[in-house]
Design a binder for this molecule. Sequence first.
Ligand code: PPS
Length: 321
Amino acid sequence: MTVLAKEEVSSRIAMEKTLKYSQTVEKAGNLLFRFPLKKVRGIPLREPIAQNIESVWAFCPDPTDILIATYPKAGTTWAQEIVDLLLHNGDKEACKRGPIVLRSPFLEIFYPPPMLSGLDLLYQMSPPRIIKTHLAIQLIPEGFWEKKCKVIYVARNAKDNLVSYYHFDRMTLTQPEPGSWENYIQKFMNGDLGWGSWYDHVKGYWKEREKRNILYLFYEDLKENPQREVERIMQYLDLSVSDEVIARIVELTSFEVMKENPMTNYSFNPKNMFDQSISAFMRKGEVGDWVNHFSASQLKIFDENYEQQMEMANIPFRSNL
Ligand code: PPS
């Protein structure tokens, strides 16, 4: 009998999990479509999420669970991978044990059965769990605050965030149709996109960051100096890994490596959910790509509106490096 190496065994387990996940999504067929949005306490959410929000609110985390909160497309997957690697002392193989959606479930996600919800996955796992959410701070289940869970928020400058969300909505067949770029900018400014207003989202967590001990990170800082930011995350999580491990984590979570990593690039999501021939999930991973999208007049309107909505917020966003 041939005894397989440990890495080979974990790689086969990962392949099997990935295949099973992809097949379940594929089988969901036309149960998946561009879900309409429905408001919960004034915030538009995908209908299946809105319908199940009470069970999300009833979720009772463990104090060791870690919440990664973001407005969509602000760098969630990047932060999820960094945290998973930190918890596994930079062990590349450990973080290839399954697709990111299974290693770090999406708290509020609900699809029609037989697809599993974020809660189904969470209830199967033991703490500490790395939990993803896009919920605005006022919609976070109270348990996270009561249990004093660590909460990492990643914010991205509005223009790049908007561009990334637009391309995501083009290729994600469970999100509402994005419509034209021109109209999309309007919807973003009006807070009409899934998970609501970017402006309220970033301000909501910013205001509470000290009181609730939230680590508030910026995508641009991660891009500028990933080593410094990975160290900040490590310290916040009360972890201690060597400089060599930090360097490895920085390398493994670079855009180029994550784009090629089948456990982070969402290639496990079949075409009936993500049509990456339209736009890749790991699209550009840059700061400042907005210059390739906004016309001069769109920029003027956007910037004026930004000034109004972000007046007094004093959040040090950077749209260029
Ligand atoms: S989601 O669907 O909300 O969870 O998406 P999210 O992961 O928040 O955001 C996806 C965007 O983040 C970019 N990304 C990265 N940039 C730099 N480095 C790394 N490692 C990285 N990983 C993901 C990804 O490319 C999307 O941004 P755009 O601008 O569209 O490329």
